[in-house]
Design a protein around this ligand. Sequence first.
Ligand SMILES: [Zn+2]
Length: 184
Amino acid sequence: MDLKKIEELTKEWLVAIGANVNREGLEETPNRHAAACEHLFSGYTKEPKDVFKVFDAEKFDEMIVIRDIEFYSTCEHHLIPFFGKVHVGYIPNGKILGASKIPRLIDIFARRLQNQERITSQVANALNEMINPKGVGVIIEAKHLCMMARGVEKQNATFTTSALTGLFKKNSNTRMEFMRLIGK
Ligand SMILES: [Zn+2]
């Protein structure tokens, strides 16, 4: 990432919106913004295989669910944050993942310019590719600052997206169990 360039452009941008770049509070802002970008867009430098640690599931073949995983992302249409929770479930087919790996996987996709639908399907697809489970369910509930602070200015709207594959899609009992385990 070209942090020097981000700094330069941020300074120009501050001038363009009419801010006084020489006042004390803004002096270090271009530099801080570049550092923030490095973190917010760190997902571009990582791939799912970098974080995956796959274990043998032995005989465990019941649903595994991790719910309420927070994420922070940036809307690609407005460059404004959206954030919320991800719920992930899967039924192993011989392989399971280390528990901390799913939050890391979500961050790889969330720390990019994104839309919520794409993060949802990217997480489901990555799980399918890496451990080939009998089914995957991913549900994301988020609030979009681009809806809250601008546009329709709706403060309480939560946007929900889901990606269901395998048994989660085919079998309504599996789907219901997933919903129950994530508290829906
Ligand atoms: Zn937006």
